[in-house]
Design a protein around this ligand. Structure first.
Ligand SMILES: NC(=O)c1ccc[n+]([C@@H]2O[C@H](COP(=O)([O-])OP(=O)(O)OC[C@H]3O[C@@H](n4cnc5c(N)ncnc54)[C@H](O)[C@@H]3O)[C@@H](O)[C@H]2O)c1
Length: 430
């Protein structure tokens, strides 16, 4: 103890021996510190060094800015958890990263004056007729596309040319089940569109329209994506107003055989508007009128595909009723242009997207005869239930707000569809 005490007292004694030097050192260090900014400033100002530093900073920041623009992060549209728990999983437990891309409602920073960055887009029903053409357009413009389809009426053949493209993904999935993805925009097309298909399993059709739309709107809400619904002219039912404007509320049988589709789409529109008003989801609604073109299902019972397939197979063309009911026919590329224009616009809709050129069924049969086979014959059959007597879009709203109108007349579009059908019908016999 004595020793320890001695040591500590020795230490205590040492401190004062350094004491006299301490203030001088501290003062020196203080002087160095306070002169640092001044000497650094004079160093920078000397021989234009400041200029070099500023130029270096500008070069470095433009490098990072341009690098992130030209090399956007490789899209990871599916969340890492997707395969484990996304499909039908508990949605509430997964944390989402805000989707990038200003066009989808997200917050990607875009250098002024440079082109818009590529988007990550989901197309439900993308293996179908309209969906596959839409996917082609989006891929061609540089976006990354994920198709979700259960292949009820869609075909892989419609998309096979995109297999192997790193910006394209195809997921076999039924939209009745939830799914987790991270995207900027959702085009919701999944739904059988022809009467033959949607009447085949009406309960499934209305489930697809209601539960499928709810699931995709829920996804849009969670990830802040913009959502476009492909509704239909069928929401006008057997219309009492002609041509039909978007303000017309329709004349629909709620308990008929077509209600699973007509009322299903009306409910889908209601859901879209409720998610918009109640949850701030950016929605777009397109009311599509009869559309035709390559890749339509050959035997889907829709009038254009029916007539063309029958004429090519040298069978009589079936006209239901007296053939005086009217329809308007839009070529698929016009529709796809309209859908993309609507998605990119600041308008919610609904917008009629169709070709106002109006034809009776008998007139259409004459055009098909002209193009496919002048010797083709017509066979009359009783009309189906709830078949609308006339259908013609008023597209004033789309013309004025979207600057969109169809460009392809029936006599130009039909030969393109006939060419595709001829190849596929010939393939059937190989
Ligand atoms: N083509 C037209 O004339 C027309 C007219 C009005 C509205 N529309 C609408 O446009 C959309 C596309 O129509 P289309 O003509 O391409 O029809 P389509 O039948 O060729 O395509 C529909 C696609 O949705 C898929 N699908 C159906 N149910 C699904 C489900 N539960 N889960 C996942 N995928 C499912 C099908 O497999 C198919 O690929 C539909 O919503 C339709 O109601 C089309």
């Amino acid at each position: 103890m004595k020793q320890i005490h001695k040591q500590s007292s020795a230490m205590q004694q040492q401190i004062p021996t350094h004491g006299p030097n301490f203030p001088a050192k501290a003062a020196k260090q203080h002087a160095i510190r306070s002169s640092l900014p001044r000497s650094a400033a004079s160093y920078l100002l000397r021989e234009q060094r400041l200029l070099f530093v500023l130029v270096g900073a500008v070069i470095a920041s433009s490098f990072f800015l341009l690098h992130s623009y030209y090399h956007p992060p490789i899209p990871s549209p599916t969340l890492p958890l997707f395969h484990r728990s996304a499909v039908g999983g508990d949605l509430s437990t997964i944390t989402y990263v805000q989707a990038a891309g200003s066009r989808g409602g997200g917050m990607r920073r875009v250098p002024v004056g440079l082109r818009k960055p590529p988007l990550r887009i989901v197309v439900t029903g993308g293996a179908g007729f309209v969906g596959s053409h839409l996917v082609d357009k989006l891929i061609a413009r540089g976006d990354s596309v994920i198709v979700i389809d259960n292949f009820f009426t869609g075909r892989k053949e419609n998309l096979v040319h995109l297999f192997g493209n790193p910006r394209f993904e195809l997921i076999r999935h039924d939209v009745i089940e939830p799914i987790l993805l991270e995207v900027d925009q959702i085009y919701h097309l999944a739904c059988p569109a022809s009467p033959v298909h949607y009447k085949h399993n009406p309960i499934k059709t209305i489930k697809t329209n209601v539960m499928g739309t709810l699931n995709m709107l829920g996804l849009a809400k969670r990830i802040g994506a913009r959502f476009l619904l492909t509704s239909t002219s069928e929401v006008y039912g057997d219309p009492l107003e002609h041509p039909q404007k978007e303000t017309y509320w329709g004349h629909v049988n709620p308990i008929g055989v077509r209600s699973c589709y007509d009322e299903g789409k009306r409910t889908a529109e209601t859901l879209a508007m409720d998610y918009h008003r109640g949850a701030d989801v950016e929605v777009r609604i397109a009311r599509i009128f009869n559309t035709y073109g390559p890749r339509m299902c050959i035997d889907d019972g829709r009038v254009v595909s029916n007539f063309v397939a029958q004429a090519l197979r040298r069978q009589p063309m079936t006209v239901y009723g007296d053939g005086k009911q009217t329809r308007s026919f839009q070529y698929v590329s016009d529709l796809v242009d309209g859908l993309v224009t609507l998605m990119e616009s600041e308008h919610i809709g609904p917008f009629n997207l169709g070709n106002p050129g109006e034809f009776t069924m008998l007139e259409l049969a004459e055009v098909v005869k002209e193009i496919v086979d002048p010797t083709a014959t017509i066979e009359f059959k009783p009309n189906t239930a709830d078949d609308p007597h006339m259908r013609k879009p008023d597209i004033t709203k789309a013309k004025e707000s979207l600057n969109w109108e169809p460009k392809v007349p029936l006599r130009e579009g039909l030969p393109l569809m006939v060419k595709d059908f001829r190849t596929r019908i010939l393939d059937e016999h190989k």
